[in-house]
Write a protein that binds this ligand. Structure first.
Ligand code: SF4
Length: 275
């Protein structure tokens, strides 16, 4: 038992960011812990630096007094559970007052299953509300182990056509859809998050397939967030030397999704535009 405790204390996870005062990753005011590493490679990923499971160095160029300066920046820091806990506990008063808590996001958090589980256990031992933002591409065993500690799942659904899913994310969606149905049956609270991408998932075909798929999980899954694509990551792709496959795709204004929102609401879903 003591040995186990020491192991958890020494265990480190690769974290690429901890954002404080987030309001789009679950209820209330939250801190979002971003773990590095993801098995997918979505063409529209806003955090391309989150995909590799190793620290990465990039060069940041910033202008100052008419000159350009270069600064090396390392993305990804090995942290213990205790270090992450100390960081997020700083805002406990805001969580308590707003009904918030801590969300673990990524990358894909289940990419570091042991660290994720230890972090969840530590957060719950402090009585914090917890959410897991996942793409669902992991073994059912990994996902089900989080069920005792995650109060809420933010479950990302990218595409329902398997060929398209493979083309735009690099993996099949079978495991993702299967895990989501199992999770829904378990009665855990799920908010489905849909990145709405022009010409890819902002289509009638996608929304029709979505209604059929979600219909299988009624009444368990009732909440949906539509995430309009915004072209904000172009600079990051340059910095990390990655190809930006979405460079000609324009952002979707929020208003363009009102119609999709009302159609889903008419079917009884609670729908938000944004996280
Ligand atoms: S699942 Fe999320 S983090 Fe992973 S590649 Fe896709 S958008 Fe990026």
């Amino acid at each position: 038992m003591a040995g186990n405790c020491i192991r958890v204390k020494m265990m480190k996870g690769l974290v690429f960011d901890i954002r404080r005062f987030t309001v789009h990753d679950g209820p209330g005011i939250r801190s979002t812990v971003f773990l590095k590493g993801c098995p997918l490679s979505c063409s529209w990923c806003h955090n391309p630096e989150s995909q590799s499971g190793l620290p990465e160095t990039s060069i940041k160029i910033f202008p100052l007094e008419g000159r350009k300066f270069r600064e090396e920046e390392v993305s990804g820091k090995w942290m213990t559970v205790e270090e992450v806990l100390n960081e997020v506990e700083k805002d406990r008063v805001f969580y308590d007052e707003s009904g918030g808590g801590v969300t673990i996001s990524g990358g894909e958090p289940t990419f570091q299953p042991e660290f994720l589980l230890s972090l969840f256990k530590a957060l719950k031992s402090k009585g914090l509300h917890t959410a897991l933002d996942t793409c669902g591409y992991t073994s059912w065993e990994n996902l089900s182990l989080t069920m005792n500690y995650a109060d809420l799942y933010l479950y990302d659904l990218k595409l329902l056509d398997d060929k398209q899913h493979f083309m735009y994310t690099g993996v099949s969606n079978k495991l993702i859809l299967d895990n989501m149905q199992k999770l829904a049956r378990s009665g855990k609270r799920i908010i489905v998050r849909l990145p709405v991408i022009p010409g890819i998932s902002d289509t009638d075909e996608f929304f029709s397939a979505l209604r059929t798929f979600l219909g299988k999980m009624k009444p368990e899954v009732k909440e949906i967030s539509l995430l309009p694509y915004h072209a904000a990551a172009a600079n990051k792709y340059k910095r990390f030397g990655k190809e930006n496959l979405m460079k000609n795709v324009k952002s979707i204004p929020k208003e363009a999704l009102f119609q999709r929102k009302s159609e889903l609401e008419a079917m009884g879903y609670s729908v938000k535009i944004g996280g």
